[in-house]
Design a protein around this ligand. Structure first.
Ligand SMILES: [Zn+2]
Ligand SMILES: [Zn+2]
Length: 405
């Protein structure tokens, strides 16, 4: 419970640092650092991760204890040497978890999301998916297995999370002699770059020596171009999360033989067919290159993001005392709101139906909470009749989204 409360209080700190970074960027006249759509999608992904993480974190903590109590290789005593050893061990595990995340297709499918942003600022630190958090937790299991006490592991992981938050900024730059020991924002910026010489470099989180040891170190020379080598150019919440899984699926379909199909899943992203992504984009993002694209409704979008963040903070704070129904409804409501935000930036036609779904589920939640669940069908029927009579969907598409069919 204490842990959960603490996390809820840490959430506004994110916005405080973000605000400071934004103001400093403005002072330095660096308009290239923030882009509205990109920041919104980074924050949306972060909200979903923090929210869904609430459901998996406790199980992983239990798993750490289970491994420690039943399978630990050693009983490592708790003293200051252990602390140093654990800090080094977590960073070593991180290095390999991160490196494999770039070298193995099915792990890259989760990690790619962190690299989609073409801007590099503190919002990118939030750009982590739940799948990514899940994979990372599996890697962390190795620590209690070696005999580090789970409570200590959980504490050190918090420190890791805080450290990597501050390496996602262009406001600090190089850190002189400290870069002989630590990963600086400049060094992590290199990791986020798509320039040839910066590719697959600087996997470390806190310390720099793993990269030097395993031949993946690169210091910042020319100014990096941030993002993927082949940018996805989409702010769709769903597409950003799942496009690479679809790409793997397509690559599997194109491959003959079970062994070769397995090779796609466990193989390197570097050998994926380069025409798969454009082909899938054509199929799934039909109006991606819409020449009439002009984004409006900023305040509506800001309101939705603010509301999602607030609701996520409340769920985090009260997570242990909320009923399952409240938790699942809150999560569902936030997720469709985030999907809505991404779809709004891309002016998707189906956003209209998503708005309906959101209104109906909100009314249903109220009705169920007050014991009138049977009235839900009346509400749905009412909306169908309204749609049939007034043809609101057509009006919405042509007047709100300005899509002419
Ligand atoms: Zn990475
Ligand atoms: Zn990063």
């Amino acid at each position: 419970m204490e842990n959960v409360n603490y996390l809820a209080f840490a959430l506004p700190a994110f916005f405080l640092f973000l605000f400071i970074e934004y103001q400093v960027a403005k002072l330095k006249k660096r308009d290239d650092i923030f882009k509205y759509e990109s920041s919104i999608s980074n924050i949306s992904i972060g909200i979903a991760e923090r929210l869904l993480n609430l459901f998996i974190a406790a199980s992983f903590y239990q798993l750490f204890y289970f491994i420690y109590e039943n399978f630990a290789l050693f009983q490592i005593p708790n003293n200051w040497i252990t602390w140093i050893a654990l800090i080094l061990a977590t960073d070593f595990v991180w290095y390999w978890y991160h490196r494999l995340g770039h070298e193995i297709n099915f792990l890259w499918a989760a990690h790619i999301v962190h690299h989609q942003s073409e801007e590099f600022n503190l919002t990118v630190a939030a750009r982590i998916t739940t799948l990514q958090a899940l994979i990372r937790n599996v890697f962390w299991c190795v620590l209690p297995f070696f005999g580090f006490h789970p409570a200590l592991v959980i504490f050190i992981l918090l420190f890791h999370g805080i450290y990597s938050f501050f390496t996602h900024t262009q406001m600090i730059g190089k850190m002189k002699w400290l870069e002989y020991i630590f990963i600086s924002p400049s060094l992590h910026g290199v990791h986020h770059a798509s320039d040839e010489k910066y590719l697959d470099k600087n996997y470390g989180d806190v310390f720099v020596f793993w990269d030097k040891m395993f031949g993946t170190f690169q210091k910042e020379e020319e100014k990096p171009n941030y993002g993927l080598t082949h940018p996805i150019k989409s702010y769709s919440f769903l597409w950003q999360h799942f496009h690479y899984y679809l790409e793997i699926w397509e690559a599997i379909e194109r491959t003959n033989g079970f062994k070769n199909k397995l090779k796609v899943i466990f193989g390197s992203p570097a050998v994926m067919d380069q025409d798969i992504r454009p082909m899938l984009e054509k199929k799934w993002l039909p109006n991606k290159d819409n020449p009439n694209y002009h984004f409006r409704y900023k305040s509506y979008l800001n309101f939705q993001i603010g509301l999602s963040f607030l609701l996520m903070s409340v769920i985090t704070y009260y997570f242990d005392s909320l009923s399952s129904f409240d938790k699942y409804f809150g999560t569902f409501f936030i997720l469709i709101t985030l999907i809505n935000c991404g779809a709004l930036m891309e002016q998707r036609k189906w956003i209209y139906y998503l708005e309906y779904l959101r209104i109906i589920s909100l009314i249903s939640y109220v009705l169920i909470s007050f014991g009138y669940a049977h009235l839900i069908f009346v509400i749905i029927a009412f909306f169908i009749v309204i749609e049939q009579i007034f043809r609101l969907s057509i009006w919405y598409k042509s007047n709100v989204l300005k899509i002419n069919e």
